[in-house]
Design a protein around this ligand. Structure first.
Ligand code: 5BU
Length: 457
């Protein structure tokens, strides 16, 4: 089978689609290649395996892998044709940060060639390579069936990987055009989309949420990205600490329900502090129930959170109805969605994080961004790269040194968080357990601000 015949076969089985498709990266594309059904067409599968085998037979590798699910059956056929060992990595997504296992036999230091069906941005290839590298496998080459990216080859090259492809988007469009299988208009639409992927977007223009704007301008005014998590159990201690550190912080995060002596004086006093020291109030309530229940949890009960907290945290596990329950009828209230957690073994995975981004894209007026964490600067960068435009990242689990606590909290450093793209760091015990809390808060603020300024030059 020639490349051209292969493309026409794909067209016949409906693997080349035109319309409006949300990609893994969050981009909305006017076309989509879906090679998943190819396994049910033995001639096409055989054909593509022959083309790939021919392409890679002289490359230097010890084992071969395909990225599940689509590319794995293809890779296994290629491996069999070339008499090369096959390995693969589990697809089940574990909470990020935990090691994934490779199935199959390989020596530490083995060179592995990776086959995948498509490349759009290169981000998931880099993730794959890093996951394999963690297990002692060396990755140099990626071979994809279709290259639909605008600069995937360059992006992978920057990370030290080489991209090879059987066929690229332009070739496919030209072929379909020459056979009158696609209109000139559609071809232009596809080209424009591909070109737009690589264009930088002016983020500032896109922010409409007034509270996001307020937080961003306060960060600049106060030269502070520091959110204090004031997790203490008496009002006395609460306000003592605020007296010491308020001038360093841009926002105060509360867990109001952990106060033993909460009474009606608490909120007015907190609001007075907020006005005097110019910080925003953020209740980390982590709403997670159905719309009707959170509606009351937010407005009623003892704490009446809606009356005094400009931001709250929300788990998206119950679905987007939670946002209607919380915010219908409110003004000047917004939220941060938990898109990743800092605690060890938490059950959030990449699919869940992505779903949070999808919801946020629909509700930018009541979602200002996400709470998120990561195990390295690169990991956080990749996470933030998928955010809808204009959304902020607040990172908890931050201390001056990396470490853990006895109950599964994982700490990264101030520098890790900000270099990864955090707009604010959330710090609790790093400050409140320090001997000199004022001095410590100043250190956190200065370190974060210094990094933040470097990032935003
Ligand atoms: P610490 O003392 O700096 O560990 O406190 C961290 C705070 O951030 C604490 O109030 C947590 O409830 C909160 N937090 C977190 O640590 N990790 C998360 O993933 C989320 C919130 Br969401």
């Amino acid at each position: 089978m020639t490349k051209e015949q292969f493309v026409l076969e794909l067209q016949k089985i409906g693997a080349i689609k035109f319309g409006s498709f949300t990609l893994k990266s969050g981009l909305v594309s006017p076309f989509y290649f879906d090679l998943r059904d190819m396994i049910s067409f033995p001639e096409i599968l055989e054909g593509v395996a022959d083309l790939l085998a021919e392409r890679i037979k002289d490359m230097d590798f010890d084992v071969l892998t395909g990225i599940p699910y689509t590319a794995l059956p293809i890779a296994s056929l290629v491996a069999s044709k070339l008499k090369k060992p096959l390995v693969y990595m589990r697809k089940e997504e574990k909470a990020y940060g935990t090691g994934k296992n490779i199935i199959g036999k390989f020596e530490k230091g083995a060179k592995c060639l990776v086959i995948d069906d498509l490349i759009t941005t290169g981000a998931s290839k880099i993730e794959t390579a890093e996951a394999y590298e963690k297990e002692g496998v060396i990755i140099k080459d990626f071979v994809v069936v279709i290259d639909r990216s605008s600069n995937g080859k360059e992006d992978l090259a920057k990370k030290g990987y080489e991209l090879h492809s059987l066929i690229n988007l332009d070739e496919i469009m030209k072929l379909l055009q020459s056979m009158n299988l696609i209109s000139d208009e559609k071809v232009n639409e596809v080209r424009e989309f591909t070109a737009s992927i690589s264009k930088p977007v002016d983020e500032k223009k896109e922010i409409t949420n007034p509270l996001t704007k307020k937080l961003m301008s306060k960060i600049k005014e106060k030269k502070s990205n520091l959110v204090l998590s004031l997790d203490v159990t008496t009002q006395k201690e609460f306000f003592e600490i605020l007296d010491e550190v308020s001038s360093e912080i841009v926002m105060l995060k509360t867990h109001v329900d952990i106060l033993d002596d909460y009474d009606e004086n608490f909120v007015p006093k907190l609001q007075e502090y907020s006005r005097k020291y110019d910080f925003i109030i953020f209740e980390d309530r982590k709403f997670a129930d159905i719309g009707n229940t959170v509606k009351h949890q937010y407005r009623n009960g003892v704490y009446k959170i809606c009356d005094w907290a400009e931001f709250v945290t929300v788990h998206m596990v119950a679905g987007e109805g939670i946002l209607k329950g919380l915010f219908d009828g409110t003004e000047n209230r917004s939220s941060f969605v938990l898109a990743r957690m800092s605690s060890k073994g938490n059950l959030i995975n990449e699919t869940y994080s992505r779903k949070c981004f999808e919801v946020a894209r629909k509700y930018p007026n009541v979602i200002s961004g996400f709470i998120g964490h990561g195990n390295s600067v690169e990991d956080i960068k990749r996470f933030k790269a998928k955010f809808p435009i204009g959304m902020l990242l607040l990172t908890p689990g931050v201390k001056l040194e990396r470490g853990t606590d006895a109950m599964g909290q994982q700490y990264i450093t101030v520098e890790d968080a900000i270099q990864g793209g955090a707009d604010c760091i959330i710090v609790g015990r790093g400050i409140i357990k320090a001997e000199d809390r004022k001095k410590e808060a100043k250190i956190y603020r200065e370190r974060a601000w210094e990094e933040y300024e470097k990032m935003n030059i």
